[in-house]
Design a binder for this molecule. Structure first.
Ligand code: SF4
Ligand code: MG
Length: 339
């Protein structure tokens, strides 16, 4: 059995004008120690997916359907009290902004010790010893001294290391990390990501990594989901998707990477932008931006504009696109030889 299993998850936001569907039919699973990336542009629903795993979606958001099972327990119907035990303890979260986790008026040591004592029956001395060990694991120089520091006395990179130490404090089974390095300098981003990867591997912690950065996903994760307008549109082993993306949106994301462009040429950005969730296009939500939604003679494909695509298997991946089979059968013409 998978450690975490998400089935047909529907999340909505109850607004005055009616419900907005923020996630539709999201399914995925995560094994012990596995690292999964959730990728997409902003507005795709990545963070909503992450927050809903712990029932942390802020009102007026709510889980309208589907199930989330963690280690055999259903999380969507769990009481707040039971859920609090899972949260932080067995599943912990790293946010983009370290200040979402750190309390500015408490020292690092106070926060770590308090967190440990809230979940375990231990003395302050034991809690302090564990905190020190965790700070050593995240390679904080002079950890003793850091325990007495307030968050604002530390650099951004140092703060994010401490967040990782706190995430590991209670030896969780899963860490959910939402854009954990976006707020940091590029050089520090790589260090922090490497550290997170190393620690997850070493302690067999499963990781759900939410990011818009395909480079990071390919370095860190074994499997990935690509999301668009609240749905999963491609899922499979990271290497397979990165090497040969099947969904036109994933292909677009790959082509937009700076390293895919000819030096000096303009980046191949996907035209248009993510639709707003309360004004989703009919059929495939990607169709207004998709080059394959139109036939060679210029008429739109009815399937693309009228029918929400279901999943099609492709190798070890699943892809939600009407055209996948056709694109695969079409002879691939090398770019230079195109008429
Ligand atoms: Fe493009 Fe149609 Fe596939 Fe959607 S279903 S991605 S519009 S080809
Ligand atoms: Mg986000």
């Amino acid at each position: 059995m998978a450690l975490l299993e998400v089935n047909n998850l529907d999340v909505r936001f109850a607004l005055r004008q009616g419900d907005v569907k923020a996630l539709r039919d999201v399914c995925f699973s995560l094994d012990r120690g596995e690292r999964l990336g959730i990728v997409g542009e902003s507005g795709a629903g990545k963070s909503v997916a992450a927050f809903s795993l712990l029932n942390l979606i802020a009102k007026p958001g709510y889980i309208a359907g589907g199930s989330i099972t963690f280690d055999g327990q259903e999380l969507t119907s769990m009481s707040d009290r039971a859920l609090r035990k899972v949260r932080g303890h067995r599943i912990s979260m790293i946010f983009q902004d370290p200040m979402m986790t750190l309390n500015p008026v408490l020292t690092i040591g106070e926060q770590m010790i308090e967190c440990l004592k809230a979940h375990r029956r231990i003395s302050s001395r034991e809690a302090r010893a564990i905190s020190l060990r965790k700070l050593e694991q995240v390679q904080i120089p002079s950890p003793e001294k850091r325990l007495n520091h307030y968050p604002h006395e530390l650099s951004g990179g140092m703060r994010q290391r401490i967040i990782i130490a706190i995430a590991l404090l209670l030896d969780p089974d899963i860490i959910i990390a939402d854009e954990p390095t976006t707020a940091l300098d590029v050089t520090i981003q790589a260090e922090i990501m490497a550290l997170l990867l190393e620690l997850c591997e070493k302690h067999n912690v499963a990781l759900v990594l939410i990011t818009h950065d395909l480079g990071v996903v390919s370095q860190v994760t074994q499997r990935m989901l690509v999301m668009y307008a609240g749905r999963v549109i491609e899922e499979g082993p990271t290497r397979e998707i990165i090497n040969d993306p099947q969904h036109p949106y994933t292909q677009g994301l790959m082509n937009a990477l700076p390293q895919m462009a000819t030096p000096g040429a303009r980046l191949n950005q996907i035209r248009g932008s993510m639709p707003s969730l309360n004004k989703l296009p009919t059929g495939c939500a990607f169709h207004p931006r998709c080059d394959f939604a139109t036939r060679p003679e210029g008429t739109p494909r009815a399937a693309c504009t009228d029918e929400v695509p279901g999943f099609v298997s492709s190798g070890n991946c699943r892809v939600a696109c009407h055209m996948v089979a056709e694109m695969q059968h079409a002879e691939r013409i090398p770019v230079e030889e195109k008429p």
